[in-house]
Write a protein that binds this ligand. Structure first.
Ligand SMILES: [Zn+2]
Length: 562
């Protein structure tokens, strides 16, 4: 009897657990997009979700043989921000900067890691001052610039002269009208230390001794093989103890402290530069950085920047990487502007690259990031001179589509992404969207307004196949709204007609009030570049099936209640 009672209790307990699990699974499965999307306070000093960024390394045309024109390109691609411009500090530039601002654009310049390094030719060789220094005393340079006319010699952030000249340069950019500043190659001091290559200049050696003094006890130092810090010289110590091979530091008890020291020095450098620039400008100057073709965010020095404008390589030009890195940026409170893939000197088919760049543009905005216009793209050829200048007829339709759809971009946040390589399903057991397609690489990026159960939910569809074919989507109604009946419409970009684009650009400018910048407020000027497509839809109370016609490569599905 006792045993029977016991068994009965166990059965009761098990059923209770099972019903709890069933209820939880049901609750989990009916999570809605607006609940999955997490709020993100987007600072007003970073690019908005429907902004378009273009770079021009120098103002063009640079001379009378130059067929490229920066201001023309800026308008042709409907860019709202012209950033990453190197100034030569002349009167003509001052006029051009005024013009950029009169045209309602944010204007930003740049300074890179070698700004403040002096390179002089004398007696047939280069003399470099203020740069980072290798163990053999020679200046360090960035490997990819090895074959350039003048390689990039990064300055040493522990060198007071470099710091002074670097700051003076930024302040001069502010005086010329820069509203944002981009820092190229921000990682040098850390990367070279981590690789055991530097910097071993006298300033670094002196400051490293001080760092050891402040961070380690005498006993700890003794255990690492240091007797007296007063006479300690790290570089000499490495040579004396046989910790040098091929001009690099090998594993040793001070390797990690040295890397930590250089990392801290780099973070402090950016903190100091930024606060000094703010004082000079009498305002908070937004800084961006080039966080490489891999969109790195994890190292603390990247966090000293407000947003990143990066490059991209063919290997990282894929939707899984773009989505993952966009969410990583957001997790650090940052915004990522992606470059479009550079050729790195390889001979890619032009049509293949154009199609790939179009897909990249689509995937970045679909992931809540931005894409820099494929114009004045550094190709990373051997001599460093290769540049790519995209044509408006290949890309302007996509950027006009972005400008037109501000209402479905701004305020929207990630609510899950699906497609090959994106296996995580934040909704629980069932997926909110199933993609049924002959072709493999179709991606669906769900975006919703966090906490807003009324706002339409959008699904950005990006077709990553070379051939675009129709496909089918099946939506799980309960993941979208309380209502069982969904209404679905689809917006796609419109084929490029130059005169239409010129007209829209003028209309947007005419809407600007005094001192106003271009933004989502002028999206109606671009409305005709987002076309609603008629869809074949079949629905019941739990599922909505949509036949999607071929898209090239981007569509926004707008899901609402009936
Ligand atoms: Zn140094």
């Amino acid at each position: 009897m006792v045993n029977l009672h016991k068994s009965f209790s166990i059965i009761l307990a098990i059923s209770a657990v099972i019903s709890f699990l069933l209820v939880s699974a049901r609750l989990e499965a009916s999570k809605k997009a607006f609940e999955i999307a997490r709020p993100f306070e987007r600072p007003d000093y970073v690019p908005a979700a429907s902004d378009v960024t273009i770079r021009s390394l120098n103002f063009r045309p640079m001379d009378k043989n130059d067929s490229y024109d920066t201001l023309e390109a800026m308008q042709n691609f409907h860019a709202t921000r012209l950033e990453w411009v190197y100034l030569r500090f002349n009167d003509k530039e001052e006029q051009l900067i005024r013009k950029v601002k009169d045209l309602g654009r944010v204007f930003g310049t740049t300074g890179q890691c070698a700004t403040g390094v002096v390179v002089e030719m004398a007696a047939g060789r280069e003399y470099v001052a203020n740069s980072m220094v290798q163990l053999d005393g020679e200046p360090l340079f960035l490997e990819h610039s090895r074959h350039w006319t003048v390689p990039i010699y990064p300055g040493c952030v522990n060198n007071p002269t470099y710091k002074k000249v670097n700051l003076e340069y930024y302040n001069r950019n502010i005086d010329y009208g820069a509203q944002t500043i981009q820092r190229d190659d921000p990682s040098s001091q850390y990367s070279f230390a981590a690789a055991g290559m530097g910097c071993f200049c006298e300033h670094c050696m002196e400051k490293f001794s001080r760092y050891l003094d402040e961070n380690f006890t005498d006993n700890e130092l003794k255990n690492k093989g240091i007797d007296a810090l007063e006479s300690f010289d790290f570089k000499q110590w490495l040579f004396d103890n046989g910790y040098v091979k091929d001009n690099k530091m090998t594993d040793n008890p001070l390797k990690q402290p040295f890397i930590d020291f250089q990392l801290q020095a780099l973070v402090n450098f950016y903190k100091d530069i930024r606060s000094a620039v703010n004082v000079h400008a009498k305002t908070r100057v937004p800084f961006s950085c080039n966080n490489t073709s891999y969109q790195r965010w994890e190292q603390p020095y990247y966090h000293e920047f407000d947003f990143a404008i990066s490059e991209l390589i063919v290997n990282t030009a894929n939707p899984v990487h773009i989505y993952e890195r966009s969410q990583a940026a957001r997790s650090f409170g940052k915004v990522q502007v992606f470059g479009t893939p550079k050729s790195q000197g390889k001979d890619f088919d032009e049509d293949f690259m154009t199609a790939l760049k179009r897909r990249v543009v689509a995937a970045t905005y679909a992931s809540g990031a931005l894409s820099r216009v494929p114009w004045d793209i550094f190709q990373q050829t051997r001599d460093g001179r290769g540049r790519y200048f995209g044509k408006p007829e290949n890309y302007a339709d996509l950027y006009a589509f972005v400008r037109a759809n501000d209402r479905y971009l701004s305020g929207y946040q990630d609510a899950g992404a699906f497609g090959p390589g994106l296996e995580e399903n934040p909704y629980g057991a069932e997926k909110p969207v199933l993609i049924e397609s002959e072709e493999k690489d179709i991606y669906a990026f769900i975006r919703a307004v966090p906490g807003d159960k009324q706002a339409p939910v959008v699904i950005h569809l990006v077709d990553w196949n070379q051939q675009n074919k129709p496909f089918k989507l099946v939506l799980n109604n309960k993941n979208f709204f309380d209502s069982d009946r969904l209404s679905v419409s689809m917006a796609v970009p419109v084929e490029y007609v130059k005169s239409e684009h010129d007209r829209a650009e003028k209309a947007a400018l005419a809407m600007l009030e005094e001192n106003e910048k271009l933004s989502g407020r002028q999206s109606s000027a671009f409305a005709s570049f987002s076309k609603t497509v008629k869809l074949e839809i079949s629905k019941d109370n739990s599922k909505t099936a949509v036949n999607v016609p071929a898209i090239n490569p981007w569509a926004i599905l707008i899901i609402d209640t009936e």
